[in-house]
Design a protein around this ligand. Structure first.
Ligand code: F6R
Length: 365
């Protein structure tokens, strides 16, 4: 049942090229190359009525929502808020009939997410959900469902559900942007090329898993790991950090790199490991300075960059991902971080598929 893999988590990490391909092919017309939202009603009229979009989720799904906000605001130019379900539902949020509420959930059974959905619905919002489990509670109670089609995810730590949730956000954001005319034909075509190239690029990262395994074996006894990044990299930093702490029990922490100097940099010591994500070309120089700041505190720095960037001077170790446009980098950069968390937990001998204190779907408040 684990298809020759030692754990479901590793199997599911390796299923990502196929899962991402599936999410894409379900929504892209093979003849015209256009995005089809069959079954989801998002007309020009619907979009004109919208004043904002609210994305609500928990954990890893929330981290996908952080990327979703960036994509929708960039491509569709609609204001987006992202919130954690257990916060959203108790804060009397501003939601009305001009709001599109997007729930993101692998299981479709997370109680806080479901209750937030009901809260938004009672205030008149349209409900669209990005869900993996077909026919789950969140799916049933939504006006429209954008299935991730990742296939069953068994390991408690979410991997392929996250990458396919990201794909849904790319497709949704580009679809809306095209309809509204906020995405030019050229950038639309460029983005479609970039999306279609992802399965093969993820595969290339997986083919080099050995490098990450070695890195994990070098660092598994570290006690404090920071993940830093800017822009989309900050969203991926949160996800990488959650993966590590939930299965390896190492105290890990993610922070937007520009925020470090406002307090957290006080924690840097020579023993500290910093995983610095620097995949965003537009922010590269700024990120470079942030890495120099932590290097000055003698932290052990692992820098994650696109191929061709020279960061040896400021890094103890370097992880590379295939070249891509900045917007799609999260789908690639998360993969080495998933592998890193997996191999660290394995080196520590932890129960990877069923980490302590955690359940696959959280149906309590
Ligand atoms: C982390 C993880 C959790 C879930 C969260 C939401 O690896 O799996 O953080 O993402 O509990 O679950 P769903 O997506 O089922 O609503």
């Amino acid at each position: 049942e684990k298809g020759g893999y030692q754990h479901f988590m590793l199997k599911e990490i390796h299923e990502q090229p196929k899962a991402v391909q599936e999410t894409l092919s379900r929504r892209i017309d093979s003849k015209t190359g256009d995005i089809r939202l069959d079954g989801i009603s998002l007309t020009m009229e619907d979009l004109q009525k919208l004043t904002k979009i609210v994305i609500v989720a928990c954990g890893t799904a929330y981290h996908a929502g952080l990327v979703g906000k960036y994509l929708i605001e960039k491509f569709a130019r609609i204001p987006v808020e992202v919130d954690i379900a257990s916060e959203f539902r108790y804060r009397d949020p501003f939601v009305d009939e001009h709001t599109l509420f997007i729930a993101v959930s692998q299981s479709g059974e997370t109680l806080d997410t479901l209750m937030s959905l009901r809260e938004a619905k009672s205030k008149g919002a349209r409900i669209l959900s990005i869900v993996n489990v077909v026919g789950s509670s969140v799916a049933r109670e939504s006006d429209d469902v954008f299935y991730t089609w990742a296939g069953p995810e068994i390991a408690v730590a979410s991997t392929k559900a996250y990458t396919t949730q990201l794909i849904c956000f790319y497709l949704l954001a580009l679809y809306m942007g095209r309809l509204k005319g906020t995405v030019s034909d050229d950038s639309y075509r460029m983005m479609m090329r970039e999306l279609n190239a992802l399965p093969e690029k993820i595969q290339r990262i997986l083919d080099r898993s050995k490098d990450i395994e070695k890195l994990a074996e070098l660092l598994y006894n570290r006690t404090q790991v920071f993940y830093i990044g800017r822009g989309l990299d900050s969203a991926v930093a949160y996800e990488g950090s959650l993966k590590l702490k939930e299965i390896s029990y190492i105290n890990s922490f993610a922070i937007a790199a520009g925020e470090l100097k406002h307090g957290t940099i006080a924690l840097m010591e020579p023993e500290t490991t910093v995983i610095a994500l620097a995949t965003q070309d537009r922010l590269f120089d700024k990120m470079y300075s942030n890495i120099e700041e932590v290097k000055a505190r003698h932290a052990h720095i692992v820098t994650l960059v696109k191929e061709g960037h020279d960061v040896k001077d400021i890094s103890t170790e370097v992880i590379t991902i295939p070249n891509c446009t900045d917007e799609v980098a999260p789908v690639l950069s998360v993969v080495p971080l998933q592998l890193f968390a997996y191999y660290v937990a394995r080196a520590k001998g932890e129960n990877i598929d069923k980490p302590r204190n955690l359940a696959k779907s959280v149906t309590v408040e």
